[in-house]
Design a protein around this ligand. Structure first.
Ligand code: ADP
Ligand code: ADP
Length: 214
């Protein structure tokens, strides 16, 4: 049974690796960012408008909203044999609330994908996203076969609103101010494994598979 958390700075490669690991292990990939983007796309609601505001400023969505959405998702049938959380927790409080919720089926792996800040800026500003297929590309490091089009669906690739440089800077600050506390919580509990995320995508995947063997 795998109950995995991927934690790390924005742009570190969590989504890219989560996609590969979830196909490999046949478990659901749960990204709170993806869930929020889907809620925003679905249409107008007070909650979606509130979430859009926080995301566009690069701030964390308040814990109550995130926790509700996340717990609702992991209570679904497809999560009963394991799952991978990508982008949750992102604060000390979220990490503690998650532990309390999972008391009877705790996390099996907490993996930090760590990447230097200069590299993160290049990755985030170069990121291109296929909204429907969920595929993630990069104009510098992982380009699509045809410029601007998804290899799988052929749809146009977009630049996420929050991948503009102004917002990226704030997201990196939010990571240091709020998410590093969750990383330290797992480190102190002795459950954190750190993966060097600066290698190429296949090498990082190989390192993660090694960690998942234990
Ligand atoms: P996160 O989910 O942590 O924000 P992503 O998986 O979306 O990160 O990756 C951020 C950007 O970096 C994307 O454009 C992706 O294609 C690219 N990327 C991911 N992993 C690597 C890697 N190992 N080397 C270079 N670029 C990468
Ligand atoms: P990235 O992959 O670049 O780290 P995500 O798609 O995971 O970005 O998250 C995008 C945004 O969604 C965050 O900047 C934040 O506003 C919001 N978000 C996602 N997950 C959480 C969370 N666990 N807590 C609070 N806000 C979140």
């Amino acid at each position: 049974m795998y109950n995995i958390v991927f934690i790390g700075p924005p742009g570190g490669g969590k989504g890219t690796q989560a996609d590969m690991v979830c196909k490999f292990l046949n478990i659901p990939h749960i990204s709170t960012g993806d869930i929020f983007r889907a809620m925003i796309k679905e249409g107008k609601s007070e909650l979606a408008d509130m979430i859009r505001g926080y995301m566009s400023r690069g701030e964390l969505v308040p814990d109550e909203a995130v926790v509700d959405v996340l717990f609702d998702r992991i209570s679904k049938d497809d999560c009963q044999n394991g799952y991978l959380l990508d982008g949750f927790p992102r604060s000390l409080n979220q990490a503690k609330v998650l532990d309390a919720k999972l008391a009877s089926a705790p996390l099996t792996h907490v993996i930090l994908i760590d990447v230097d800040e200069n590299q993160l800026i290049k990755r985030l500003t170069g990121r291109r996203t296929a909204v429907n297929s969920g595929k993630i590309y990069n104009i510098h490091f992982n380009p699509p076969k045809v410029e601007g089009k998804c290899d799988v669906s052929g749809e146009d690739l977009i630049i996420r609103d929050d991948d503009k440089i102004e917002t990226v800077t704030n997201r990196l600050k939010v990571y240091k101010d709020q998410t590093v506390a969750a990383v330290n919580y797992y480190k102190e509990k002795g459950v954190l494994t750190v993966i060097k995320g600066e290698k190429n995508i296949d090498e990082v995947f190989a390192d993660i598979k090694e960690v998942l063997k234990s």
